[in-house]
Design a protein. Structure first.
Length: 123
């Protein structure tokens, strides 16, 4: 009698878990957010994207394009984003070669180019 109760108990648990999973997968499947802004990325992903911009800048040194790419990541100040990403990359131990790429990008964007970019920036 006691064994039969345990069997029905575990059977009820299995049926409940199965029904819950079936409902979740078939009736309300998870969906990725649509049109999620890049600004909502975590700091480590932003640092990786800034590094990608710095790598692109190394092959094609166009400061205006680099500023535009950085602005797509975070619509604040691209120089601040670059500085914050560089600090974060140093803190978590990026390789020195990657840090140098980010530093070179930061150093090659001078004030005159930045002001030109602000004037031509499309909001």
């Amino acid at each position: 009698m006691k064994t039969r109760r345990f069997i029905f108990f575990f059977l009820a648990i299995l049926v409940g878990v199965g029904a819950g999973l079936a409902f979740g997968w078939m009736m309300m499947p998870p969906a990725a957010p649509k049109d999620a802004p890049l600004a909502s990325l975590r700091a480590d992903f932003k640092a990786d994207l800034v590094l990608m911009v710095a790598e692109d800048f190394q092959t094609d040194p166009d400061s205006m394009q680099a500023l535009t790419q950085l602005d797509r990541l975070d619509e604040g100040d691209p120089i601040t984003l670059l500085g914050n990403s560089l600090q974060y990359a140093q803190a978590i131990g990026y390789p020195e070669e990657d840090l140098n790429l980010m530093r070179n990008l930061l150093n090659d964007i001078d004030a005159e180019i930045y002001l030109q970019w602000i004037e031509t920036r499309v909001p």
